[in-house]
Design a protein around this ligand. Structure first.
Ligand code: 6PG
Length: 236
């Protein structure tokens, strides 16, 4: 099996531009496309670039890789970041937006999201959704989505999404599960900053250990394309 495609740019801004063009090339021309996006701070540049492009978003359905259990107007909400920088500016139709209801009690938010995904993908029992494009970030501790080091959830291959208490953040979150990350047609990872360099080295170069480095899930084969700035790539 060949490895992932690593695209290294001089700056986070350039990396975001490259990432944006690549994602649009994957989504373009489809009659119905599914795009799962991440949160945190890194995607802001990407979302802004995506929103600036001349692109017909009417065929693209937006989902989230994970969400913090906060109301949608909280500064910590992944939905809010996307709404302010992409969904609103690009005028993505409300019926295409499949947000996670972070304001609900966590088990209810997870169940509602699973039901929404099942309906949107017309899934039969036991089937997993196959996202056309699944966009992920990585934390300095090698987490991805809301799968943090040490969580047994990294071994789940059957679930779609779940709620999880993240002790490190002292917060409940809703996250897609590994089976869905592994099933995605295209995985696009966007990582920037020197504080990610060590984790990036471990994720890409250390032997596979999903509990230690959850971001290794579905990120080390040819279906994964990484958009990096030089600072993040410094230890590769
Ligand atoms: C979130 C995420 C998460 C994120 C990484 C990187 O809700 O925080 O979706 O998995 O991608 O934590 O976050 P930064 O871009 O803020 O470094």
């Amino acid at each position: 099996m060949s490895g992932p495609d690593l695209r290294i740019s001089a700056t986070p801004e350039e990396a975001a531009r490259e990432c944006s063009s690549y994602i649009l090339s994957l989504l373009a021309g489809k009659q119905h496309a599914t795009f799962a996006i991440s949160g945190g701070s890194t995607p802001k540049l990407l979302f802004t670039d995506l929103a600036k492009a001349e692109f017909d978003w009417s065929k693209v359905h937006i989902f989230w890789v994970d969400e913090r259990c906060v109301p949608p107007d909280s500064k910590d909400s992944n939905y809010r970041l996307a709404d302010e920088t992409l969904l609103g500016p690009a005028k993505i139709p409300a019926s295409n937006i499949h947000r996670i209801y972070g304001e609900l009690p966590p088990p209810e938010a997870a169940a509602r999201y699973v039901a929404d995904i099942r309906a949107a993908f017309a899934l039969k029992n036991g089937e997993l959704p196959v996202f056309d494009v699944l966009h992920r970030g990585m934390g300095g501790d090698a987490h991805t989505a809301s799968l943090f080091p040490g969580t047994p959830l990294v071994h789940d291959r059957t679930g779609i999404a779940t709620n999880v208490w993240v002790e490190k953040m002292k917060m409940d979150r809703i996250t897609l599960l590994p089976g869905v990350l592994l099933a995605a047609q295209h995985t696009v990872l966007q990582v920037a900053g020197a504080e990610k360099a060590e984790a990036l080295h471990n994720v890409l170069r250390e032997p596979e250990d999903f509990e230690k480095y959850p971001c290794q899930i579905a990120s080390r084969d040819e279906r994964a394309v990484w958009f990096l700035d030089q600072a993040a790539a410094a230890k590769l």
